[in-house]
Design a protein around this ligand. Structure first.
Ligand SMILES: NC(=O)C1=CN([C@@H]2O[C@H](COP(=O)(O)OP(=O)(O)OC[C@H]3O[C@@H](n4cnc5c(N)ncnc54)[C@H](OP(=O)(O)O)[C@@H]3O)[C@@H](O)[C@H]2O)C=CC1
Ligand SMILES: O=C(O)C(=O)[C@@H](O)[C@H](O)C(=O)CO
Length: 284
């Protein structure tokens, strides 16, 4: 059988992460086990979920019944916004492990910094994630939706540098300042909504490149992310697309094409999701 084509990328804590994964945001719990099963059959070995997606149990079920061993699949989950206070964070992490049916996570993230709601409390939340790292229940720890000032506070006030920062990135929103901070400090960027939930796939430049290369627009955009060195985990609940999004390792974009796609960046106007400085959603 052919070896898995997805590269393992080093993290700053000495572990590695598969550069391509499968995201499960907005996959209904009743569809999640089958979607993850399909992804694992196609060859994905990295699943990105979160407590707030409501489908951790189904992700765990798919992984545990896949025939793969636990250490063959890299699984990430994220702390719910509702549990930033230290005792709540400890309970939430245990609930996540229980839901997944795992005794460790490969990567656990603070999902959002919530800077306005808790006035910087994400620092004490991060110190709780450091406990999970030290006791081995989280092989790696990181953050999501952190802006440069949030990362600077962690650097100044805590011991462990986050291994990743999971942020919105796609051709319309390069998020370059936060990516550059990560590059300079050994924090790997994970690009969420890598195809902007489909929005960029009709862009004339992307369509033109796809036609020239005989690839699909999604493959072109995902390949652009990989060549920038970021981690991606496109979401799909459609088996043919799950397969399509995995076929990224038998072609390359040349430098001019990379620049053409990067040139689509609209700066802040291209952001599609919530802004981390103001998003303060608490699930009920
Ligand atoms: N940390 C954070 O705050 C966030 C993290 N994330 C993570 O990032 C992952 C990916 O981001 P997400 O927001 O889901 O969006 P994506 O950019 O991955 O886009 C998903 C959408 O694109 C469609 N799609 C997928 N593949 C193709 C294809 N080949 N051709 C055409 N359409 C396609 C899907 O449709 P269909 O399913 O019908 O096939 C779905 O509507 C999430 O699942 C989650 O794991 C996302 C948002 C925020
Ligand atoms: O998908 C995620 O991980 C998110 O945090 C967001 O998309 C968020 O949950 C949301 O839905 C904002 O409207």
């Amino acid at each position: 059988m052919a070896s898995n084509p997805v590269p393992d990328i080093p993290l700053n804590d000495g572990t590695t992460i598969p550069q391509l994964g499968f995201g499960v945001f907005q996959i209904k719990p009743r569809d999640t086990t089958q979607a993850v099963r399909t992804a694992l059959e196609v060859g994905y070995r990295h699943i990105d979920t979160a407590e707030m997606y409501g489908n951790e149990a189904e992700v765990g079920q798919a992984v545990r019944t896949s025939g793969l061993t636990r250490d063959e699949v890299f699984v990430t989950s994220k702390l719910t916004n509702a549990a930033h206070r230290p005792d709540d964070a400890r309970k939430a992490f245990e609930a996540t492990l229980d839901a997944l049916g795992f005794d460790y996570l490969d990567l656990f993230l603070i999902h959002w910094p919530l800077p306005t709601r808790y006035d910087g409390d994400f620092v004490s939340t991060w110190q709780v994630l450091e406990e999970f790292s030290r006791d081995g229940r989280a092989r790696s720890i990181g953050v999501s939706n952190f802006q440069v000032p949030h990362l600077e506070r962690l650097t100044a006030e805590t011991e462990i540098v986050p291994s990743v920062n999971q942020i919105e990135v796609h051709p319309y929103f390069g998020n370059e300042e936060v990516r550059a901070y990560g590059r300079a400090h050994g924090i790997l960027t994970q690009a969420w909504s890598p195809i902007a939930q489909g929005l960029v796939l009709d862009d004339p430049t992307i369509v033109d490149v796809a036609e020239q290369l005989g690839r699909t627009p999604a493959q072109v955009v995902l390949r652009w992310h990989l060549q920038r060195g970021d981690i991606v985990f496109p979401k799909s609940n459609t088996p043919a697309r799950i397969e399509e999004n995995f076929r990224l390792f038998d072609f390359e974009l040349d430098e001019a094409t990379m620049e053409r796609i990067s040139g689509l960046d609209r700066g802040e106007a291209g952001r599609q999701g919530e802004h981390p400085d103001t998003f303060d959603y608490l699930p009920s």
